[in-house]
Design a protein around this ligand. Structure first.
Ligand SMILES: Cc1cc2nc3c(=O)[nH]c(=O)nc-3n(C[C@H](O)[C@H](O)[C@H](O)COP(=O)(O)O)c2cc1C
Length: 365
């Protein structure tokens, strides 16, 4: 959007994490009152029934969500929800509040249209986030992404995730089990078949009990995986997700690969996950693999390097019924959901699809 084109160079003069806070806090202040949010919605919402997607019992007004890690502590989701997103995913929230890794821990790689981050799940903890959600009227479709506290040993991961689930599930439209961040030591080992199955089973069982106690249906739980899994590992994880009753798969998190990056001396920036353009190709492959492995039965959320409608359309055709953005928001600004939604409608019309649903997985037919 033109306004963001003017503001972005100013934000880009600040260190990346500070710019994120300044930008999002300013947005939040501007949109703190419901009438301001209604005005924003009138500017950014693309209302068209052909864009609406219904999955795991939730009606998403459009398929473009904001990915986890943007609003880690659940402080900004109502303002962000007014920018035309079909859903906002907060977190990753951990049972214990934690500061994350030392700064600097977020870097822009403009030559690659990418970010490098090693935030390390900085968040106020599940109890504090629950308290915040309790006193906030939640406006958007809200996903809550949970992860393992750094202090919890890997063998006790399930108990740690369960604590977050117990505190947060009532506020969520859907929950996400994050076992794919590269920035918590050992976390990604939870993607191995045996611990993954055990973790998902425990979470699903508890979500079922909690819902039964309230006389409501259990909250859908999605599994978020890494792009660095091999194809057989993707297929295995997708199969386990189906068998353990997961509502869907989110593909993917950031990559630890530095292959093909143009940024000079990228190794000097240190460890972390790369997001944005460099992950896009692999993410589309992961979506396609998961779709094929599950015969299109498991809803997939495609996330990785979506900057505009072209990348979103590739995800949908590969099998994603929903998409999310993170890095694209930084580079394209607050109009990104509107621009993608408009572009999706154009592509649907051009290729003869009456609804987005009809286009999901079209590349396989
Ligand atoms: C700074 C930053 C922080 C992130 N934090 C989280 C997180 O806490 N939990 C999570 O599941 N994903 C996190 N992600 C990953 C994104 O949700 C997304 O999966 C990934 O960045 C790929 O999408 P993108 O290319 O559109 O950024 C983070 C990404 C970035 C750039």
């Amino acid at each position: 959007m033109p306004l963001y084109d003017a503001i972005r160079p100013l934000l880009f003069t600040l260190p990346a994490e500070q710019a994120h806070h300044v930008g999002t806090s300013a947005l939040n202040a501007t949109l703190s009152l419901p009438p301001a949010r209604a005005l924003a919605r009138s500017l950014f919402d693309v209302r068209d029934p052909a864009l609406a997607v219904e999955r795991f019992g939730i009606r998403f007004p459009n398929p473009v969500g904001l990915a986890a890690g943007f609003d880690k502590g659940g402080a900004w989701f109502n303002a962000l929800g007014a920018l035309g997103f079909g859903a906002i995913e907060i977190g990753t929230v951990t049972a214990l509040g934690q500061p994350g890794n030392p700064r600097p821990r977020l870097f822009r790689l403009p030559a690659d249209r990418a970010l490098l981050n090693r935030m390390g799940f900085n968040n106020p903890g599940a109890e504090a986030v629950a308290a915040r959600l309790e006193r906030t009227k939640i406006e958007p479709v809200l996903g809550i992404n949970i992860g393992k506290s750094k202090a919890a040993p890997l063998e006790e991961a399930a108990a740690d995730y369960l604590r977050s689930l117990e505190l947060l599930e009532r506020y969520a439209a859907y929950l996400v089990v994050n076992v794919s961040s590269p920035n918590t030591p050992g976390l990604r080992q939870l993607q191995d078949a045996a611990p993954l199955r055990e973790l998902l089973r425990a979470l699903r069982a508890r979500a079922g009990e909690l819902a039964a106690a309230r006389g409501v249906s259990p909250k859908p739980i999605l599994l978020k995986i890494a792009p660095d899994l091999t194809d057989p590992q993707v297929e295995e994880a997708a199969g386990i997700a189906v068998e353990e009753g997961m509502a869907g798969l989110i593909a993917t998190n950031t990559t630890v690969s530095r292959d093909g990056l143009q940024t000079p001396d990228v190794d000097a920036l240190g460890a972390g996950g790369i997001s944005g353009a460099p992950v896009h190709r692999r993410t589309v492959q992961v979506v396609a693999r998961a779709w094929t492995a599950t015969g299109g039965r498991l809803p997939i959320v495609g996330v990785g390097g979506i900057f505009g409608p072209d990348e979103a359309w590739a995800m949908v055709r590969a099998g994603a019924s929903l998409v999310q953005v993170w890095t694209g928001f930084i580079y394209r600004g607050p109009g990104i959901a509107r621009d993608i939604n408009r572009g999706l409608l154009e592509r649907m019309a051009r290729e003869g699809f009456r609804s987005l649903d009809e286009a999901v997985g079209a590349a396989h037919r």
